[in-house]
Design a protein around this ligand. Sequence first.
Ligand code: COA
Ligand code: AMP
Length: 629
Amino acid sequence: MGSYEEIFRSSVEDRERFWLDAAGAIDWATPPTQALDESNPPFYRWFPDGELNVAYNALDRHVEAGRGEQAALIYDSPVTDTKRTYTYAQLRDEVAAFAGVLRDLGVSKGDRVVVYMPMVPEAAIAMLACARLGAVHSVVFGGFAAKELAVRIDDAQPTVVVSASCGIEGKRVIEYKPLLDKAIELATHKPAKRVILQRPQAEAAMGEDDVDWASAVAEAAPADPVPVKATDPLYVLYTSGTTGKPKGVVRDSGGYAVALAWSMPNVYDVGPGQTIFTASDVGWVVGHSYIVYAPLLAGATTVLYEGKPVGTPDAGQFWRVMSEYGVRSMFTAPTAFRALKKEDPDGEFARKYDLSGLKYLFLAGERLDPETYRWASKLLDIPVIDHWWQTETGWPIVANPAGIELLPVKPGSPTRPLPGWDIQVLDGDGKPVPAGTDGAIVAKLPLPPGAFPTLWNDDERFLKSYMSAFEGYYLTGDGGHLDEDGYVFVMGRTDDVINVAGHRLSTGGMEEVLASHPDVAECAVIGVTDQMKGQIPRGFVVLKAGVDTSAEGYEEKLRGELVAMVRDQVGAVASLKDVAIVDGLPKTRSGKILRKTMRGIADGTDESVPSTIDDASVLDTLRPVLRKE
Ligand code: COA
Ligand code: AMP
């Protein structure tokens, strides 16, 4: 073990050695002799001759090493008043049994399985069961509506969909089965079977192609792990891009396992037998990596929590979980801490619990505002670690590597690049900018293990979206700067992706929905600053000429319809509640809507009018609406 500087330098000076050494943390069916295959840039491949099974590494090997009785996964669900602990041996058996179910339904190596589930342990079991068979899971976040699920089903072409009868949102029971049925009706691809986990809060009516989880598991013979190539896909996770069509981020098996296994001791400082609590959702990348795979690969204990930080039953649940299970590292999005701070500003709930085991709070998913940083640091009196990453990267790009050494914190910076990440900031011409100057944050290729090798069935979009802006670099889509000490400052997205309560969403996707209303001629959706959620979307629509607006309450009715359409077609998670009917939208002379200008005015951060504007009077009329005057 060395200092951060030494470790980072060794990853640059001898990349092959560094990552082959890191690969030693994994049990391989065929150990790799080569770290990186660079023969076809920018399609780099990690550990090209290695073979492994990721689920075996997450479960069986710990049982074989004598850790079978240790807790692997703790399910804690205040919304259903349930607590359940799975030991490594139990979780392996459940996963093997469910893998048997999938195998009997025709799923084999390389086949896709869509998982559309709430935060129940069966979601993790389904993921690991796919991994055991060498099948490719694609988890779709439960807050997405039927249409979003349908788009993902059509792209992933799954053999089977795994779902549950319902999810619980606070005190509300959300029926999932009607959403799934609708999605399958909308989709062109029809999966052969759907496995449904019946939950007592709302049992689903079962159809001909529906298989009951419990009875299928009771009858299935367990399946053994199937070795796959390190370069074979473990999962596809769809994420929002600039258009309504989500991007299918592909995750390979070997590179991902190695990167996650490296990150657990070095970044999160969590080892075998220690507990990490990641309050996210298995539908997001944070959930894939740090609720499911990384803790289990490391032989640690993971907490899978169903519920919100506040609400049901109170704002003390995160603290209770940490104290009850002796959590060492907690990981969530800053928005969750803003919710806690709003509900319990003096931290009275926190003081009720013994949090002496908690060593670190990790935050990611959106910019950590200094106020939340200060509040959490003062309340907990432990290192509060901001770190930056993306669905595409699978694990942190920039962090304060707690397990190596804690670097001095600079508020506003998620700190320094992790091994394998050569982070640079470029101007529009692709030239590096001086320290302290904002530009496009890029990573020099090749990306380290764990990062996406391509997009599902879409090499062309991979090249166009990420690899073509600056040759030899991955375009992160985030803007920001490096300072003279090599600290990275991430200021926000440079595209039309927004971050609402830590959920990544596409304003383009919402615009497509608004534009489909028969009265709407054109529209814009922008993400504006929100105290609680970080950002929220606001919509602006221009009506078609000749639309009859004379009926009483027309505008209110239209706004209601537009909000309902987005909720119905994208999902409640879009949180679009504010749509304004306006006379016009500001555009450049070539007809591009000036969304950034609108955002600056709405947020009160930038009043400047670009010289490319076609008609400044349109913006003058819109300004009071943007400012909500
Ligand atoms: N299934 C169905 N509906 C869902 C859902 C799910 N899995 N997740 C969210 N929704 C719904 C919510 O119920 C809410 O509906 P409403 O408009 O009827 O109230 C809507 O989608 C918006 O959800 P959200 O933006 O999450 O707001 P919230 O007020 O319910 O909760 C937070 C706000 C901050 C408490 C919560 O988002 C949170 O804990 N986030 C941090 C952790 C996290 O998940 N980060 C992700 C990446 S690290
Ligand atoms: P996702 O793919 O959902 O993980 O979202 C990735 C995006 O979230 C990034 O491109 C950033 O815009 C934002 N993000 C994640 N972590 C941070 C962070 N620590 N600071 C600033 N922005 C972040």
